[in-house]
Design a protein around this ligand. Structure first.
Ligand code: AMP
Length: 183
């Protein structure tokens, strides 16, 4: 059973690669950003609460996100495996995820770490043009990534297998670089 986390700064291509990986390996893809965007579209309580936070580029509170991921990982459609995309984003989320993995006996976790430099990331996010992709929120999201999210990788080093992949280049080529390590 594949137990995967895709990790990297906003705009590095996590979502695109995650979709391809999930499709090719026939595993469940959980994008916490997409789960939140669906909640916003459906105007659920969660969506209404998350919208303002997401538009500002800030992070939705840990307890909400941990609840969402716990539910997702406990669902029966992950028999063949799962790929987490956009989670964890803070050390608190990373620690809770370890507990969830322990409880569910997921012991073979692989972290796919996509890497790109800041200039490339800003360029890509401006091209993507999502409602939370203004220049101001992009800078803020990158700052949050550096302060709160990137330390997770050091925390994982030694606990999980980390595969580092260059996120710049042709989508299919990047994808085959990733899959080489997974099959
Ligand atoms: P993403 O699609 O991963 O870029 O996420 C879009 C937005 O959703 C982020 O800027 C956050 O506001 C929110 N979000 C997604 N995942 C998380 C998470 N794990 N923790 C906190 N906020 C999140």
């Amino acid at each position: 059973m594949k137990q995967l986390i895709i990790f990297g700064p906003p705009g590095v291509g996590k979502g695109t690669q995650a979709e391809l990986i999930a499709e090719k390996l026939n595993i469940a893809h959980f994008s916490t950003g997409q789960i939140l965007r669906d909640a916003v579209s459906n105007k659920t309580d969660l969506g209404n609460k998350a919208k303002v936070i997401m538009d500002s580029g800030a992070l939705v509170p840990d307890d909400i996100m941990i609840g969402i991921v716990k539910d997702a990982l406990s669902s029966p459609d992950i028999k063949t495996g799962f790929l987490l995309d956009g989670f964890p984003r803070t050390l608190k989320q990373a620690e809770s995820l370890e507990t969830i993995f322990d409880e569910l006996q997921f012991n073979n976790v692989i972290v796919i770490s996509l890497v790109a430099d800041d200039d490339e990331i800003v360029k890509r996010l401006l091209l993507r043009g999502r409602s939370d992709d203004t220049e101001e929120t992009i800078k803020f999201r990158l700052k949050i990534y550096k302060e709160q999210t990137s330390p997770i990788l050091a925390h994982y080093d030694g606990n999980y297998t980390i595969i580092e992949i260059n996120g710049i280049g042709d989508i299919e080529e990047i994808n085959s670089n990733i899959l080489k390590h997974l099959i």
